[in-house]
Design a protein around this ligand. Structure first.
Ligand SMILES: Cc1cc2nc3c(=O)[nH]c(=O)nc-3n(C[C@H](O)[C@H](O)[C@H](O)COP(=O)(O)OP(=O)(O)OC[C@H]3O[C@@H](n4cnc5c(N)ncnc54)[C@H](O)[C@@H]3O)c2cc1C
Length: 299
């Protein structure tokens, strides 16, 4: 039995708090808006145009654009493809992510089972988030509620305390992606717009917050030091160093956890290597530190 202590904030709570602060400072926040980004590379000031669902339009003329609109946003797409390199690694399996309207058996629990990884994390007193490793060609339609509960009980090796309505399921192929460089003209990419880490590492939101802090410091430095671009010029290399370091951890941890459970994916040799790696972690006491860091990253 391993115990680890950490303070964690569910992502939706963090976002709600950030929105509250933004609005109390008179921030202008619009949902369901169509956004476009222009003039990021020329001598003119960049423009960000938006049209909200009610048809109201707004154009912001600015000095810099922070492209933090996720993996499918418009900001990275505004960079010419020849100016951006995509490095990626596909892990070869997916997670079925499940949101259930039942309390969790435990605050957090993970299982490595020959049928694959399973995870459970409380989402407040009345809801839980579950993860099940599954093949890439699975479809959510194949996962009936009954099959999900059976599979969770099999992998966790204990009955689920409560089985209730499943609010949503989604398939997430596990992959690592890094885009380089992280800036183009006056546009700076942050968070999932600039990289994807597999969810097993629990670092995506943490990396996004790190990028925001580096960029904010660079902009403040520019404003308070007579338009000195040095930190903005270093933004890309600072964040790339950081993200490659986390990709190294994420790749190792993701492969370890998934290979140690499911030998059918990469074969018995990798299975035994992963088990040996895990045993070494537990024997050296490193597992506690690792799990503390992992749980601290969970949202
Ligand atoms: C299953 C799963 C579990 C995870 N667990 C963890 C975890 O435990 N810990 C952790 O740190 N990370 C975790 N992550 C990763 C984390 O959720 C992301 O890395 C994080 O949300 C990235 O933040 P972001 O702001 O860069 O992008 P996003 O959260 O994707 O936000 C981008 C925003 O931009 C908006 N947007 C997109 N396109 C447009 C457009 N055209 N116009 C206007 N707005 C637009 C979107 O609506 C969205 O609000 C997990 C991810 C998954 C899939």
């Amino acid at each position: 039995m391993i115990t680890a202590t950490a303070v964690s904030a569910p992502q939706q709570v963090l976002i709600r708090n950030l929105i509250d602060v933004f609005l109390s400072d008179d921030g202008d926040l619009r949902f369901d808006a169509e956004v476009s980004v222009e003039n990021i590379a020329g001598d003119e000031r960049p423009l960000v145009r938006s049209r909200d669902s009610a048809g109201s339009t707004k154009t912001i003329s600015c000095e810099f654009v922070a492209g933090c609109d996720g993996d499918r946003g418009v900001s990275r797409a505004a960079i010419p493809s020849e100016s951006l390199t995509r490095y990626s690694h596909e892990y070869g399996y997916a997670w079925l992510t499940i949101l259930a309207e039942v309390p969790a058996n435990h605050q957090s629990m993970m299982a490595l089972h020959p049928r694959g990884f399973a995870g459970q994390f409380a989402r407040g007193p009345h809801a839980s988030r579950f993860y099940l490793q599954c093949p890439l060609d699975s479809s959510t339609a194949q996962w009936t509620d009954e099959r999900i509960w059976d599979e969770l009980e099999t992998r966790f090796g204990e009955p689920m305390a409560a089985k209730g309505p499943i609010a949503s399921t989604q398939l997430v192929p596990l992959r690592s992606v890094v885009y380089s460089p992280r800036s183009y003209g006056r546009l700076y990419l942050l968070g999932d717009a600039a990289h994807i880490v597999p969810p097993m590492s629990a670092k995506g939101m943490n990396l996004a917050l790190h990028d925001a802090e580096v960029l904010a410091n660079a902009v403040v430095h520019y404003q308070t030091n007579d338009h000195d671009f040095s930190l903005l010029d270093g933004y890309s290399s600072t964040c790339l160093r950081h993200v490659w370091n986390y990709q190294a951890f994420a790749t190792w941890w993701t492969e370890l956890v998934h290979n140690a459970g499911d030998a059918s994916h990469q074969g018995e040799f990798r299975h035994q290597i992963a088990r040996a790696d895990l045993a070494r972690l537990f024997e050296s006491g490193s597992a506690n530190r690792l799990l503390s860091e992992f749980i601290a990253g969970l949202n």
